[in-house]
Design a protein around this ligand. Structure first.
Ligand code: NAI
Ligand code: MG
Length: 356
C-alpha cells in the first residue's frame, strides 16, 4: 500500500459541489487504475449553508483540522443571503492566510479548441502563467471603518507590502521563468501608488540581479490590461500583487474561454501547510443546481494538484484530455456551446482516461 495523499474536500456553495464531484470522480478513477497513486478524501460541509445554520463559515477548530492534509480541494464559496466579505474572509482568505499560501498560480493559456473573444489569436499567442501574491498587499485586511453611518464616515483600507512578502513572490516567479526559459513581466503601478508599488519595483529590480539570464519586463497595470487584450503574446511568466493579480486573471479568463476554464492553485511552496486547489470562478448562483456548470476549470485545478503531488504524468494527461474535449466539441457544457451536463463532462473525462 502506498502512502495516500490526504485531500480535504470543501465543495462549498452553489455550483461548488457540482463541479467538485467531477474532480473527485476523476481522481478516484486515477487511483483505481494506478497502484502507485492513492488518495484519501475527507469532506467538510463548510460554506454559506453552514453559516446560516451555525453562525460561522467553518468550525472553530477548522484550521487545526485541515493542517494534517496534503491538499485542500475547494469548489467555491459565497451565496446570496450571506455578505460576500464574510464568506470570503471567514473561509477562503482564512485558509490562504493561516496556511501561508502566498503563491497563487493561475495559468492564462488558450487551450486548443477553446473559444476566445479575441480576433486572430491562436494558442501560441496566449500562453502565460500568472504568479499572484496571495498573502498580503491590498488584501492584507488592514483598515477600519470610522464613524459608521455618520455623515463624516471614513473607510480605510491599507495595502501591506513587506520586504519578505514581496521578495519571496518575486523570487518564486523568477525561479519558474528561469526553469522554463521564459521572460518574466512584473505588473505594478508605481506612478500612482508612490510607496507600495515603488517599493515593489525596487525589489523586482534587486531580485532580477540574481537571475541575469531571465529577460524581464515591467508594466503598469492599466497598460498591461490593454495589452492582455491587444497583444497577449508579450506575456509569458507574470508576477503581480494580490489585487492586480485577482483582476487581470479574470481578464485573462475572459480571453481564454471564460470562467468555466480558469483554474488556480494556492501554494505554500515550503509545504509546511496544505496547499489549496480551486477553480477561479465563484459559486455562480444564477446556474446553481441545474447541472450545467462547466467542471473543466475544476478538473484543471485537479491537474495542478496532481503536479503538486509529483504526479506529472497524470497531471499532463488530464490537461491534454481537457484540450481534446475542447477540440472534439462533443461533450461540453452550455457555456462552451454544448448541451452536456456537468456530470456528463466528468464521465467523459473518465472514458477518455480509460481509452489512453
Ligand atoms: P461567478 O464566478 O460565480 O459567476 C460569474 C459568471 O460566470 C456567472 O454568470 C456564472 O454563471 C458564470 N460561471 C462561473 N463559473 C461557471 C462555470 N463553472 N460554468 C459555467 N458558467 C460559470 O462570480 P460572481 O457571480 O461574481 O459571484 C458569485 C458568488 O461567488 C459571490 O457570492 C462571490 O462572492 C463568490 N465568489 C467566490 C469565489 C471563490 O470561492 N473562490 C470567487 C469569486 C466569487
Ligand atoms: Mg477573483
Amino acid at each position: 500500500m502506498v502512502n495516500p495523499f490526504k485531500i480535504a474536500v470543501i465543495p462549498g456553495d452553489g455550483i461548488g459541489p457540482e463541479v467538485i464531484a467531477e474532480g473527485v470522480k476523476v481522481l478516484k478513477y486515477i487511483q483505481s487504475v494506478d497502484e502507485s497513486v492513492s488518495f484519501e478524501f475527507e469532506y467538510f460541509p463548510w460554506g454559506c449553508e453552514y453559516y446560516v445554520e451555525h453562525g460561522k463559515m467553518m468550525d472553530d477548530d477548522g484550521i487545526e483540522r485541515l493542517k494534517q492534509f496534503d491538499a485542500i480541494y475547494l469548489g467555491a464559496v459565497g451565496y446570496p443571503g450571506v455578505p460576500d466579505h464574510i464568506s470570503l474572509w471567514d473561509l477562503l482568505l482564512r485558509i490562504r492566510k493561516s496556511f501561508d499560501q502566498y503563491v497563487n498560480v493561475r495559468p492564462i493559456k488558450l487551450l486548443n479548441g477553446a473559444p476566445t473573444v479575441l480576433k486572430d489569436v491562436t494558442p501560441e499567442d496566449i500562453n502565460m502563467l500568472v504568479i499572484r501574491e496571495n498573502s498580503e498587499g491590498e488584501y492584507a485586511g488592514a483598515g477600519d471603518r470610522l464613524f459608521q453611518g455618520k455623515p463624516h464616515e471614513v473607510a480605510l483600507q491599507t495595502g501591506v507590502f513587506s520586504r519578505k512578502g514581496t521578495e519571496r513572490i518575486i523570487r518564486y516567479a523568477f525561479d519558474i521563468a528561469q526553469k522554463e526559459k521564459r521572460s518574466l513581466t512584473s505588473i505594478s503601478k508605481a506612478n500612482a501608488l508612490n510607496y507600495s508599488m515603488v517599493f515593489w519595483d525596487e525589489v523586482f529590480e534587486e531580485v532580477s540581479k540574481d537571475y541575469p539570464d531571465v529577460e524581464t519586463h515591467s508594466y503598469l497595470v492599466d497598460a498591461a490590461s490593454m495589452f492582455f487584450v491587444m497583444d497577449p503574446k508579450r506575456f509569458e511568466v507574470v508576477v503581480t500583487s494580490n489585487l492586480f493579480g485577482d483582476i487581470i486573471t479574470d481578464l485573462g479568463a475572459g480571453i481564454t474561454g471564460g470562467m468555466g476554464l480558469a483554474a488556480g492553485a494556492n501554494l505554500n511552496p515550503e509545504r509546511d501547510f496544505p496547499s489549496m486547489f480551486e477553480p477561479i470562478h465563484g459559486s455562480a448562483p444564477d446556474i446553481a443546481g441545474k447541472q450545467i456548470a462547466n467542471p473543466l476549470a475544476t478538473l484543471w485545478s485537479a491537474s495542478q494538484m496532481l503536479e503538486f503531488f509529483g504526479q506529472n504524468e497524470w497531471a499532463e494527461k488530464v490537461l491534454s484530455l481537457i484540450e481534446k474535449m475542447l477540440v472534439d466539441k462533443t461533450v461540453l457544457t452550455p457555456d462552451l456551446g454544448g448541451t452536456a451536463s456537468t456530470s456528463e463532462v466528468g464521465d467523459h473525462m473518465v472514458q477518455l482516461l480509460k481509452q489512453l
